[in-house]
Ligand binder design. Structure first.
Ligand SMILES: [Zn+2]
Length: 584
């Protein structure tokens, strides 16, 4: 449980101050040819190497592990230039690899957007927007978020558009929801986008309307790009700052690798610029964005090959593509399901949601992308889109043969029993979102939309038991307030709300062990980044991406995992985050 937010904030502040000093010391002591640069000693170091799961000490030379063993064994390697850090018995482990996040989007949000918490009420939101309008007199747009999935169920607002008009002056307003799939805009935004009562709904998107047919301000799924395309792009220097901030935030929580699950060309260019300056302190895999709209023609794979080859950099791994098949199984009913949703006003009877890409087109895309060497992440929130995506992966395997390209089905919370074994036989990865698989307002919204089967969400234990590969990611800033992996690791083990706000458990039979959860967040994550030969475990020769924790995860109550503080993060052997005064 996260009990002490003030303490957390103080840790973050002191961490930044101490980094400079430690980096300076290291710079003076490098250059020894034979002896290691750095030794971590007297720790409980969890290696993820089954041959040697726990060691006391590691030696690091030029960014890589050169020795592991007992404190005495490793101490013998030191010379006068070796820096030695005494872990004081603390637990250390490989850095976390978050296989599904939107870290640059999250950082842009924190640095530049009009933010309110998921729990905000209509009054809170009105006050926040009014303040952002007053604070930004020259802005044409106010971009912000995020309202939660059940917001318009809980609060009856006759016209969401008119609600925003009252506080937005002459500015256009765009507010994203907690899933990132749905938007809420004011009249000025609709006007700039040219959306009127006469504008038809896009295929696989909905312009929600008032009784007279005029837009009510809520845009579902593929209706969002109609407004997003008229929002001015962010200048490159803001994107560079956001990439640096994303890495800084990630390192603070112990994340040393992430897959950015939806990257446009300007963001890709920012990743490359920041890495070329030596400022990217994570292994970043970038899933190239494909059109987010209903699509009946195959992708032009050559454009992705060109982006991949143009923007690759030492820490920017561009061999990934993202395809959206559907939305979310919440009140918006935008995930493609095999069985109908609970009937609701504004939706057809026995509605089953929508598919963004025609199944035959997805098959052609998967065959071509797989052949070109890409690993594809397919957003599949409903069991129908899961099935369609598995069919497409089967087509790729049939055409191109088996390969190590483990394509991913994102979220995949609902999987038909008939499809479960296909994850193993096709070597397809369920990319799960443990941060939301505990009782919460989001789950209430899901159960309200799909009915009682909504309580059987995320069958991770079943997948592991049948030998299917599994991944996990924060999905931040969707649905979670930070990129911290620790609440997700806790809820994988407990299936309970790590903030202890909502009581109960969600499908507790699917809980996994701590060892399984850590494997998923380290080695399996590295494999998703296609870097498992380089990082994800502590073995000789691998990159020294290591974190030191304030607690021994195997010796505490699982309910305390989410409170974990990372006291030191090493990326390629260099400290990129440290809490002052903890380690000597
Ligand atoms: Zn996502």
């Amino acid at each position: 449980m996260i009990r002490d937010r003030a303490r957390l904030a103080r840790y973050r502040l002191t961490a930044a101050a101490s980094l400079g000093a430690l980096a300076g010391t290291l710079a003076m002591t490098t250059g020894a040819a034979a002896a290691p640069d750095l030794i971590l000693t007297n720790g409980a170091i969890y290696t993820l190497d089954p041959a040697k799961p726990w060691v006391e000490a590691v030696a690091i030379e030029n960014g890589h592990y050169v020795a592991l063993g007992s404190s005495a064994e490793v101490a013998r390697l030191a010379d006068k230039n070796t820096r030695v850090i005494d872990l004081g018995g603390r637990m250390a482990m490989p850095g976390i690899n978050d296989a599904h996040a939107h870290p640059v989007q999250g950082a842009v949000g924190q640095l530049y957007s009009c933010n309110f918490p998921f729990t905000a009420t209509p009054d809170d939101i009105a006050a926040t927007i009014a303040k952002c309008v007053a604070d930004n007199p020259r802005a044409e747009w106010i971009i912000g978020g995020q309202w939660d999935s059940g917001f318009f169920d809980r609060f009856k607002i006759d016209s969401p558009r008119a609600f925003l008009d009252k506080v937005s002056g002459n500015k256009a307003v765009y507010l994203s929801d907690d899933s990132g799939h749905n938007g809420w805009v004011n009249s000025r935004a609709l006007e700039l986008a040219g959306i009127t009562a006469q504008t038809p709904d896009p295929a696989s998107g909905t312009i929600v309307r008032l009784a007279d047919g005029s837009p009510n301000g809520v845009l579902l799924e593929a209706a969002n790009p109609l407004v997003e395309k008229v929002i001015p792009p962010r200048p490159p220097e803001q994107l560079d700052a956001a990439v640096r901030e994303a890495a800084r935030l990630a390192n603070g929580y112990g994340v040393t690798g992430f897959k950015d699950a939806m990257v446009s060309e300007p963001v890709l260019a920012a990743f490359q610029r920041v890495d070329n300056k030596g400022q990217l302190t994570v292994h970043a895999a970038t899933a190239l964005l494909t059109p987010y709209e209903h699509r009946t023609t195959p992708l032009d794979v050559a454009t992705f090959v060109k982006l991949r080859d143009t923007y690759a950099a030492p820490h920017v791994h561009t061999n990934f593509v993202k395809v959206f098949m559907d939305g979310v199984p919440t009140a918006s009913r935008t995930a493609a399901m095999l069985e109908p949703y609970v009937d609701a006003e504004g939706f057809p009877k026995h509605y089953t949601g929508m598919l963004h890409v025609d199944p035959d087109v997805l098959k052609q895309d998967m065959v071509a992308l797989d052949k070109a060497g890409f690993t594809v992440k397919i957003h599949t929130a409903g069991d129908r889109s899961v099935r369609v995506a598995l069919d497409a992966i089967a087509a790729a395997r049939a055409a191109n043969g088996a390969s190590d390209r483990r394509h991913e089905l994102s979220h995949a919370g609902y999987i038909s029993d008939a499809d479960l074994p296909r994850f193993k036989s096709l070597n397809a990865v369920a990319d799960l979102s443990p941060y939301i698989w505990s009782p919460s307002p989001i789950i209430d919204s899901v159960v309200g939309a799909v009915g009682e089967r909504g309580r059987h969400y995320f069958p991770v234990r079943t997948l592991l038991d049948i030998g299917a590969p599994v991944l996990a990611g924060s999905d931040w800033p969707s649905a979670v307030p930070t990129i911290s992996p620790w609440p997700g690791i806790e809820s994988m083990v407990t299936r309970a709300d790590p903030t202890a706000t909502t009581p109960g458990t969600l499908w507790p039979e699917q809980a996994v062990t701590l060892a399984q959860a850590l494997h998923i967040f380290t080695l399996d994550g590295a494999r998703a980044l296609r870097l498992d030969d380089r990082t994800g475990s502590i073995v000789k020769g691998k990159s020294a991406d290591l974190i030191v924790l304030d607690r021994h995860l195997f010796r505490i109550s699982p309910a305390d995992i989410s409170e974990t503080q990372v006291v030191l993060t090493l990326f390629e052997g260099k400290p990129v985050h440290q809490v002052a005064g903890v380690l000597k």
